[in-house]
Design a protein around this ligand. Structure first.
Ligand code: NAD
Length: 371
């Protein structure tokens, strides 16, 4: 038992955000009781909810709350049909989400994709390619590489125009993301596949060298290198070979979405974006992979699992509470195995499946934590 205390900023946002956040907090309260730690959870508006409450997608008070918290549990923001007169830079996706990512220097993006055997019908791959279930963690570098390197511009040339993007990585940038990936692998099946394009890119050669060197500090983790084009193919041919998949920014952008498709539903996919570690704690931003799902918002139809698993990632990566995180993940697995299905993962051919709403799914997982 521990008597640790942590401060959480809970920013539910728009659309299905408040509904799924309510269930995540319910499950956190269940696990908190069982494992004897204390979470000080403070809710604050963001997105259109922030604009409605304080005239800004990221109100000053919400940002101030985030700064004094140990982690941010985020829902999602943005409603495409709301007020088109508001300029792009003030709309929630940029003014809240991108601003928060920048403000907290979130350089590591973690996307676990876990296809449970019971949800095999929701996966686009044939069942024989799914093995005993797919369980991959994509670790993506988030603040370097081609998206941020300079020069970055489009210039006129006699024949028309020329667009320039620059891919830059430094040793420290590769080292810190490699450490995140190796540490995550240590808590899983201890295999790390690092992707690169070392056959044609200088960046790939440096990436491979640095990851190999850092790997020597993690002798218990098996390291393999794979060219990124082959990794894209292997993900759909034999996804069960992967445990942790380490990628630079753009490769990770692409491969994490490819891997996400294997998980069956956006409603099942959590994510973590990690910043710097101070002492024992790593600041992190935890959110579902999906958006605000306006088509089903307010109807008790959303799958809360992505938000609940995001809360589990927060316990593991920011607070070091791996047992409590595993308790949530196990309770989710038991709930799925017991046949609970929200609409997005429901298959009418499954005779033992029971269609439930957002609230009932959250209740069942919270009860599973206690069991
Ligand atoms: P979306 O992810 O909101 O929805 C895509 C589809 O997936 C919809 O059919 C939706 O019903 C379904 N879906 C998503 N989450 C679900 C869940 N938990 N349970 C069941 N079904 C779920 O993407 P979109 O429709 O392209 O975007 C809607 C809004 O969300 C836009 O304003 C977009 O900018 C925003 N968005 C925000 C984030 C974020 O805050 N991180 C991410 C993506 C999109």
């Amino acid at each position: 038992m521990s008597s640790k205390q942590f401060k959480v900023a809970a920013l539910a946002g728009d659309g299905i955000g408040p509904e799924v956040m309510r269930e995540a907090i319910k499950v956190l309260r269940a696990v908190e009781k069982k494992f004897g730690f204390t979470l000080e959870i403070t809710e604050a508006p963001v997105g259109w909810a922030g604009i409605d409450a304080a005239g800004k997608a990221l109100p000053d008070a919400t940002l101030a709350l985030c700064k004094k918290s140990d982690a941010i549990l985020f829902g999602s923001v943005g409603l495409p049909d709301r007020d088109p007169t508001i300029p792009k830079d003030e709309r929630p996706e940029r003014a809240a989400l991108l601003r928060l990512r920048k403000e907290f220097g979130l350089f590591a993006n973690l996307r676990p994709v876990n296809l449970l055997k019971a949800l095999s019908h929701a996966c686009p791959l044939k069942t024989e390619r799914q093995g005993d279930g797919i369980d991959i963690l994509v670790v993506r570098e988030l603040t370097g590489g081609l998206y941020f390197g300079q020069p970055k511009r489009t210039e006129k040339i006699p024949e028309g125009e020329r667009a320039i993007d620059t891919k830059v990585y430094t040793t420290p940038e590769i080292e810190r993301i490699a450490h995140v990936a190796f540490q995550a692998a240590r808590q899983r099946r201890k295999k790390l596949t690092s992707t690169d394009k070392a056959n044609v890119l200088e960046n790939g050669v440096l990436w491979r060298d640095v990851v190999t060197r850092i790997g020597k500090q993690y002798a218990d983790v098996t390291l393999e290198h794979m060219f990124v084009d082959n990794a894209a193919m292997q993900l759909v041919l034999r996804p069960t070979q992967f445990d942790v998949l380490l990628c630079e920014n753009m490769f990770g952008d692409i491969l994490s979405d490819e891997a996400a498709a294997l998980g069956g539903s956006l409603g099942m996919l959590p994510s973590a974006s990690l910043g710097a570690t101070a002492g024992e704690n790593t600041f992190g931003f935890y959110e579902p992979a999906g958006g605000t799902a306006p088509d089903i918002a307010g109807k008790n139809l959303a799958n809360p699992i992505a938000q609940i698993l995001s809360a589990a990632l927060m316990l593991r990566h920011s607070f070091g509470l791996s047992d409590a995180a595993a308790a949530i993940e196990n309770a989710m697995g038991k709930t799925i195995n017991a046949g609970f299905r929200t609409g997005d993962i429901f298959n009418p051919n499954e005779t033992s499946a029971r269609k439930v709403g957002t609230r009932e799914m959250g209740d069942a997982i919270a009860a599973g934590v206690h069991a």
